[in-house]
Design a protein around this ligand. Structure first.
Ligand SMILES: C[S@@+](CC[C@H](N)C(=O)[O-])C[C@H]1O[C@@H](n2cnc3c(N)ncnc32)[C@H](O)[C@@H]1O
Length: 256
């Protein structure tokens, strides 16, 4: 279990895109201890590191140094986002997009921000909430880089560091709550991608996912959508209004 989060201090002329003064301010703001070397990782200690404006988090995985960072403007999600449309994205059906209507969505389990990004590309306004501090920081950095290249998304993607269960009661101007809690990794863990294993070391297992759904269903919204891996049990064993199935996952849709 990782309990200590540090950040690598950089010399003034380092090419990371940030200087030592900036990193010290970032460390103060986010309660991170400064370290001078990346080599003192331990099972309970992870180290943040800026490289060319990207924020990485170094951790030990199976005794070896590994790192995680989030990208929305590169890789598979960026490719998918290029051709996003209401007809080719199941998530559009799940959240209730219509020809001339785009819901305002609360993504209550923001994670790497991929689903939020796709919903924003569909034209939705998305409020993202993430409770896990290191995941929040990695996502915040991915959004900063995304907005540099796609500034038009700034007005539709908003990130908050919070436990979403606490916000459901006071929700205003939100049509849909979207939930995608962590699901326990199955036995064949060697097959699970390294990125997912690192992510899971930070987020844990979201053992309160049932309660997330029951609280969401009391909110003043038109629908609650839950993304689940194929074959996963229903949250809280609650039957949805309908399901939308794909090869690897399904959406359970609860209409108000
Ligand atoms: C499976 S990930 C979500 C992945 C995301 N849909 C994406 O596209 O990248 C689940 C995330 O939800 C966060 N989470 C779980 N329960 C939460 C809560 N009550 N409030 C805020 N964040 C929560 C976890 O910390 C984790 O980062």
């Amino acid at each position: 279990m990782i309990t200590k989060f540090n950040i690598l201090n950089k010399p003034i002329n380092d090419l990371s895109g940030f200087d030592s003064k900036w990193i010290k301010a970032f460390a103060r703001e986010n309660d991170l201890e400064l370290v001078e070397s990346i080599n003192d990782l331990s099972t309970d200690k992870a180290i943040f590191d800026f490289q060319n404006n990207k924020l990485f988090l170094h951790m030990l995985l199976d005794g070896e140094s590994s790192s995680i960072h989030f990208d929305l403007d590169e890789g598979s999600v960026a490719y998918r986002a290029k051709s996003v449309s209401k007809s080719n994205e199941l998530i559009a059906r799940a959240i209730g997009c219509k020809s001339h209507y785009r819901p305002r969505v609360l993504d209550a389990t923001a994670g790497m921000g991929r689903d939020s990004f796709i919903m924003a590309k569909l034209g939705c306004d998305v409020l993202m909430q993430e409770r896990c501090e290191p995941i929040y920081l990695l996502l915040e950095n991915a959004l900063i880089r995304l907005f540099e290249n796609q500034p038009e998304l700034k007005k539709s993607l908003h990130l908050q560091k919070s436990n979403s269960i606490e916000s459901f009661e006071q929700l205003e101007m939100i049509d849909v709550i979207y939930l995608d809690p962590m699901f326990p990794i199955r036995k064949k863990s060697a097959l699970v991608k390294k990125e997912m294993r690192l992510f899971k070391k930070l987020a844990g297992e979201d053992l309160d996912a049932d309660s997330l759904l029951t609280h969401a269903l009391t909110a003043n919204v038109k629908r609650v959508v839950v993304k689940r891996p194929k074959g996963a049990p229903l949250l809280k064993a609650l039957k949805p209004s309908h399901e939308i199935n794909s090869k690897n996952f399904r959406f359970d849709v609860y209409l108000a």
